[in-house]
Design a protein around this ligand. Structure first.
Ligand code: 1GP
Length: 246
């Protein structure tokens, strides 16, 4: 079964899925294994790896360790072409459709497509939409694009429709890692009422209740990253899984 099929099965059986984003920069190599084991048993449905920018050393070694330890699908969430690795099962093959920067719309995709094929990773075409979230995020800065204003639901809807008609498999509504505000449930509701393409929502989701609200609004997958890096909040992983599945 492909990773895409597994994710669709999660959506069909649980209503929505929970994906935990692991930024290799945030963990020492020795911390990777215990953290991934924790995710394995938390009720989450998949592990995403990647970051807008990876500075630290040993990212490939960490990704290898992640894949070796994971019992869940491991999906690359690449900030750029240099993050491509054989140590994942699939890749969210992103196009930053909210921006007008050709490098992130199609340039990097042309560079990376032959590498993805060579590595044998499953590509999942994902329309990535950056939504304004209270402050400039790394994703916004690095992609050199202007995010969609957070109260302009109609702009998000038009982009989502275009993504649907272009055949993307996922729509990713992204507030950006560490966002001050997450994408609004109102925008998620607007987008998901116009398209059946599964909507992934991430960025600035700090509480299980907020995740539940986004699922209620129509999100098919919720991503959390930052919040679980805080030792005082790491215990929330199971609560996130439960809130999202219920
Ligand atoms: C970022 O959507 C992800 O690309 C997750 O964001 O780190 O804010 O949870 P957080």
């Amino acid at each position: 079964m492909s990773v895409y099929e597994k994710l669709m099965e999660v959506k069909a059986s649980k209503g929505a899925g929970y994906l935990v984003l692991v930024d290799p920069d945030r963990w020492d190599i020795d911390e990777v294994e215990p953290f991934i084991k924790k995710i394995n048993s938390s009720g989450a449905d998949g592990i995403m790896v990647g970051s807008s920018l990876i500075l630290g050393e040993g990212a490939q070694r960490k990704m290898k360790r992640i894949q070796e330890t994971a019992t869940l699908p491991v999906i690359l969430f690449p900030g750029n072409v240099n993050q491509l690795t054989p140590h994942v099962d699939a890749v969210f093959f992103l196009s930053v459709i909210s921006g007008r920067n050709p490098q992130f719309l199609i340039g990097d995709q042309v560079q990376s497509a032959p590498v993805v094929r060579e590595l044998g990773i499953e590509p999942m075409a994902t329309a990535y939409m950056l939504i304004e979230s209270g402050r400039v995020t790394t994703a916004e800065f690095v992609s050199g694009s202007i995010p969609i204003p957070r109260d302009k639901d109609e702009i998000a809807v038009a982009h989502a429709l275009a993504a649907d008609y272009l055949g993307f498999k996922f729509i990713y509504l992204e507030a950006g890692s560490g966002a001050q505000y997450s994408v609004t449930p109102r925008m998620v509701k607007a987008v998901s009422s116009y398209t059946d393409v599964p909507v992934i929502v991430g960025g600035g989701i700090y509480a299980p209740e907020a995740a539940a609200e986004l699922v209620k609004a129509g999100a098919s997958f919720i991503v959390t990253g930052n919040v679980l890096e805080d030792p005082e909040k790491a215990h929330l992983m199971e609560a996130f899984a439960q809130a999202i599945h219920n």
